[in-house]
Design a binder for this molecule. Structure first.
Ligand code: SIN
Ligand code: FE2
Length: 219
Protein backbone atom coordinates (compact mmCIF):
# COMPACT_ATOMS: atom_id res chain seq x y z
CA UNK A 1 0.00 0.00 0.00
CA UNK A 2 1.20 3.49 -0.77
CA UNK A 3 2.00 5.36 2.40
CA UNK A 4 0.40 8.51 1.00
CA UNK A 5 -2.88 6.92 -0.11
CA UNK A 6 -4.92 8.59 2.59
CA UNK A 7 -3.64 12.11 2.04
CA UNK A 8 -6.16 14.67 0.80
CA UNK A 9 -5.85 15.84 -2.82
CA UNK A 10 -2.89 18.06 -3.60
CA UNK A 11 -3.95 21.59 -2.60
CA UNK A 12 -2.50 23.00 -5.83
CA UNK A 13 -5.34 21.48 -7.81
CA UNK A 14 -8.16 22.28 -5.43
CA UNK A 15 -11.45 23.96 -6.21
CA UNK A 16 -12.18 26.55 -3.54
CA UNK A 17 -15.57 28.24 -3.18
CA UNK A 18 -15.09 31.98 -2.60
CA UNK A 19 -18.74 33.02 -2.49
CA UNK A 20 -22.03 31.82 -4.06
CA UNK A 21 -21.24 31.45 -7.79
CA UNK A 22 -17.52 32.20 -7.35
CA UNK A 23 -14.70 29.64 -7.31
CA UNK A 24 -10.93 29.61 -7.29
CA UNK A 25 -9.41 26.81 -9.39
CA UNK A 26 -5.91 26.54 -7.96
CA UNK A 27 -3.24 25.95 -10.58
CA UNK A 28 -5.80 25.23 -13.30
CA UNK A 29 -3.80 27.03 -16.03
CA UNK A 30 -0.32 26.05 -14.93
CA UNK A 31 0.29 23.22 -17.38
CA UNK A 32 -0.62 25.51 -20.27
CA UNK A 33 1.51 28.44 -19.08
CA UNK A 34 4.11 28.45 -21.86
CA UNK A 35 1.50 28.23 -24.62
CA UNK A 36 -0.67 30.89 -22.96
CA UNK A 37 2.24 33.27 -22.55
CA UNK A 38 3.33 32.79 -26.15
CA UNK A 39 -0.20 33.55 -27.35
CA UNK A 40 -0.43 36.61 -25.10
CA UNK A 41 2.93 37.95 -26.33
CA UNK A 42 1.72 37.56 -29.92
CA UNK A 43 -1.37 39.64 -29.09
CA UNK A 44 0.75 42.29 -27.37
CA UNK A 45 3.00 42.52 -30.44
CA UNK A 46 -0.06 43.53 -32.51
CA UNK A 47 -1.97 45.52 -29.88
CA UNK A 48 0.58 47.01 -27.49
CA UNK A 49 0.04 47.30 -23.76
CA UNK A 50 -0.80 50.88 -22.78
CA UNK A 51 -1.80 52.83 -19.69
CA UNK A 52 -5.36 54.02 -20.25
CA UNK A 53 -6.94 57.17 -18.84
CA UNK A 54 -9.92 56.75 -16.51
CA UNK A 55 -13.09 58.86 -16.60
CA UNK A 56 -11.98 60.23 -13.23
CA UNK A 57 -8.87 61.73 -14.81
CA UNK A 58 -6.33 59.15 -13.62
CA UNK A 59 -3.84 57.11 -15.60
CA UNK A 60 -4.13 53.40 -14.78
CA UNK A 61 -1.04 51.86 -13.15
CA UNK A 62 -1.96 48.60 -14.87
CA UNK A 63 -1.11 48.39 -18.58
CA UNK A 64 -3.86 46.87 -20.71
CA UNK A 65 -4.71 45.50 -24.11
CA UNK A 66 -7.32 43.07 -25.46
CA UNK A 67 -7.98 40.30 -27.91
CA UNK A 68 -11.23 38.92 -29.30
CA UNK A 69 -14.06 40.54 -31.27
CA UNK A 70 -14.33 43.24 -28.62
CA UNK A 71 -11.79 44.97 -26.43
CA UNK A 72 -12.17 46.89 -23.20
CA UNK A 73 -11.43 50.59 -23.50
CA UNK A 74 -11.23 53.39 -20.95
CA UNK A 75 -10.80 57.08 -21.68
CA UNK A 76 -11.97 60.37 -20.15
CA UNK A 77 -15.47 59.71 -21.60
CA UNK A 78 -15.97 56.40 -19.82
CA UNK A 79 -15.49 52.64 -19.99
CA UNK A 80 -16.82 50.61 -22.89
CA UNK A 81 -16.19 47.71 -25.26
CA UNK A 82 -15.04 48.57 -28.77
CA UNK A 83 -14.43 46.49 -31.91
CA UNK A 84 -11.28 48.45 -32.80
CA UNK A 85 -8.16 49.25 -30.84
CA UNK A 86 -8.14 53.05 -30.50
CA UNK A 87 -4.33 52.96 -30.37
CA UNK A 88 -3.84 51.24 -33.75
CA UNK A 89 -7.31 51.86 -35.25
CA UNK A 90 -7.28 48.16 -36.22
CA UNK A 91 -9.62 45.38 -35.05
CA UNK A 92 -8.31 43.72 -31.89
CA UNK A 93 -6.26 40.57 -32.54
CA UNK A 94 -8.38 37.41 -32.65
CA UNK A 95 -8.63 35.46 -29.42
CA UNK A 96 -6.04 32.66 -29.64
CA UNK A 97 -7.58 29.17 -29.48
CA UNK A 98 -5.58 28.10 -26.44
CA UNK A 99 -6.96 31.06 -24.47
CA UNK A 100 -10.56 30.44 -25.52
CA UNK A 101 -10.34 26.70 -24.82
CA UNK A 102 -8.91 27.24 -21.36
CA UNK A 103 -11.50 29.88 -20.44
CA UNK A 104 -14.37 27.67 -21.57
CA UNK A 105 -13.04 24.64 -19.69
CA UNK A 106 -12.56 26.65 -16.50
CA UNK A 107 -16.05 28.14 -16.77
CA UNK A 108 -17.53 24.65 -17.24
CA UNK A 109 -15.55 23.32 -14.26
CA UNK A 110 -17.02 26.16 -12.18
CA UNK A 111 -20.56 25.28 -13.31
CA UNK A 112 -21.00 27.69 -16.22
CA UNK A 113 -21.58 25.67 -19.40
CA UNK A 114 -21.50 27.23 -22.89
CA UNK A 115 -19.38 30.25 -21.96
CA UNK A 116 -18.80 32.31 -25.13
CA UNK A 117 -16.40 35.13 -24.33
CA UNK A 118 -15.95 37.74 -27.09
CA UNK A 119 -13.40 39.72 -25.13
CA UNK A 120 -10.21 38.92 -23.28
CA UNK A 121 -8.73 41.84 -21.36
CA UNK A 122 -4.99 41.50 -20.77
CA UNK A 123 -3.74 43.35 -17.67
CA UNK A 124 -0.03 43.67 -16.95
CA UNK A 125 1.12 44.61 -13.45
CA UNK A 126 4.66 45.54 -12.49
CA UNK A 127 5.59 45.98 -8.82
CA UNK A 128 3.52 48.83 -7.36
CA UNK A 129 0.68 48.52 -9.90
CA UNK A 130 -2.78 47.96 -8.46
CA UNK A 131 -6.43 47.86 -9.37
CA UNK A 132 -8.90 49.63 -7.09
CA UNK A 133 -12.03 47.87 -5.91
CA UNK A 134 -14.60 47.86 -8.74
CA UNK A 135 -17.41 45.86 -10.34
CA UNK A 136 -17.25 44.45 -13.88
CA UNK A 137 -20.54 45.86 -15.08
CA UNK A 138 -19.94 47.10 -18.64
CA UNK A 139 -21.09 43.75 -20.04
CA UNK A 140 -24.66 43.48 -21.32
CA UNK A 141 -24.88 39.76 -20.59
CA UNK A 142 -24.69 39.44 -16.82
CA UNK A 143 -25.73 35.77 -17.01
CA UNK A 144 -22.21 34.96 -18.26
CA UNK A 145 -19.41 34.70 -15.69
CA UNK A 146 -16.03 36.40 -15.65
CA UNK A 147 -13.06 34.02 -15.99
CA UNK A 148 -9.75 35.35 -14.65
CA UNK A 149 -6.37 33.69 -15.27
CA UNK A 150 -3.26 34.75 -13.35
CA UNK A 151 0.29 34.34 -14.64
CA UNK A 152 3.65 35.43 -13.23
CA UNK A 153 4.20 37.18 -9.90
CA UNK A 154 1.62 36.48 -7.23
CA UNK A 155 -0.85 39.14 -6.11
CA UNK A 156 -3.32 39.74 -3.31
CA UNK A 157 -6.79 39.63 -4.86
CA UNK A 158 -9.65 41.27 -3.02
CA UNK A 159 -13.04 39.70 -3.54
CA UNK A 160 -16.18 41.02 -1.85
CA UNK A 161 -19.88 41.04 -2.51
CA UNK A 162 -22.11 43.18 -4.78
CA UNK A 163 -22.38 45.60 -1.84
CA UNK A 164 -19.50 48.08 -1.84
CA UNK A 165 -19.34 48.56 1.90
CA UNK A 166 -18.95 44.82 2.62
CA UNK A 167 -15.36 44.09 3.54
CA UNK A 168 -13.68 41.98 0.82
CA UNK A 169 -11.82 38.73 1.50
CA UNK A 170 -8.16 38.54 0.49
CA UNK A 171 -6.68 35.70 -1.55
CA UNK A 172 -3.14 35.30 -2.79
CA UNK A 173 -3.35 34.38 -6.47
CA UNK A 174 -0.29 32.60 -7.85
CA UNK A 175 0.88 31.63 -11.32
CA UNK A 176 -1.72 29.39 -12.95
CA UNK A 177 -4.63 30.21 -10.66
CA UNK A 178 -8.04 30.76 -12.25
CA UNK A 179 -10.97 32.52 -10.62
CA UNK A 180 -14.49 32.30 -12.03
CA UNK A 181 -17.29 34.50 -10.76
CA UNK A 182 -20.89 34.67 -11.89
CA UNK A 183 -24.44 34.09 -10.66
CA UNK A 184 -25.00 35.81 -7.31
CA UNK A 185 -21.38 37.00 -7.34
CA UNK A 186 -21.34 38.35 -10.88
CA UNK A 187 -21.32 41.97 -9.67
CA UNK A 188 -19.04 41.35 -6.69
CA UNK A 189 -16.56 44.13 -5.96
CA UNK A 190 -12.98 43.03 -6.56
CA UNK A 191 -9.51 44.50 -6.90
CA UNK A 192 -5.79 43.85 -6.68
CA UNK A 193 -3.44 45.21 -4.00
CA UNK A 194 -0.19 46.87 -5.12
CA UNK A 195 2.04 44.18 -6.60
CA UNK A 196 5.05 43.31 -4.48
CA UNK A 197 8.60 43.23 -5.82
CA UNK A 198 9.72 39.91 -7.26
CA UNK A 199 10.96 38.06 -10.28
CA UNK A 200 9.01 35.14 -11.73
CA UNK A 201 10.88 32.30 -13.43
CA UNK A 202 8.78 32.47 -16.63
CA UNK A 203 7.43 36.04 -16.74
CA UNK A 204 10.11 38.04 -14.96
CA UNK A 205 9.20 41.14 -12.97
CA UNK A 206 5.49 41.25 -13.76
CA UNK A 207 2.09 39.68 -13.39
CA UNK A 208 -0.29 39.17 -16.28
CA UNK A 209 -3.99 38.66 -15.67
CA UNK A 210 -6.42 37.64 -18.39
CA UNK A 211 -10.13 38.26 -17.91
CA UNK A 212 -12.55 36.67 -20.30
CA UNK A 213 -15.82 38.48 -20.68
CA UNK A 214 -19.06 38.20 -22.57
CA UNK A 215 -20.11 41.78 -23.33
CA UNK A 216 -22.86 40.79 -25.78
CA UNK A 217 -26.22 39.31 -25.02
CA UNK A 218 -26.49 35.72 -26.24
CA UNK A 219 -29.91 34.56 -27.42
C1 SIN B 1 -9.78 42.69 -13.26
O1 SIN B 1 -10.53 42.91 -12.33
O2 SIN B 1 -10.05 43.05 -14.42
C2 SIN B 1 -8.45 42.00 -13.07
C3 SIN B 1 -8.32 41.24 -11.80
C4 SIN B 1 -6.93 40.70 -11.61
O3 SIN B 1 -5.95 41.26 -12.13
O4 SIN B 1 -6.77 39.68 -10.91
FE1 FE2 C 1 -12.54 43.52 -12.84
Amino acid sequence: MDLFDDLPPHPDSALLALAPGAVLLRGWARDADVALLQAVEAVIAQAPLRHMQTPGGYTMSVATTSCGALGWVSDPHGYRYAARDPHTDQPWPAMPDCLLTLAQAAAAEAGYANFQPEACLINQYVPGAKLSLHQDKDEKDLSAPIVSVSLGLSAVFLFGTPVRKDRPQRYRLVHGDVVVWGGQSRLAYHGVQPLEEGVHALLGRRRINLTFRSPRVHG
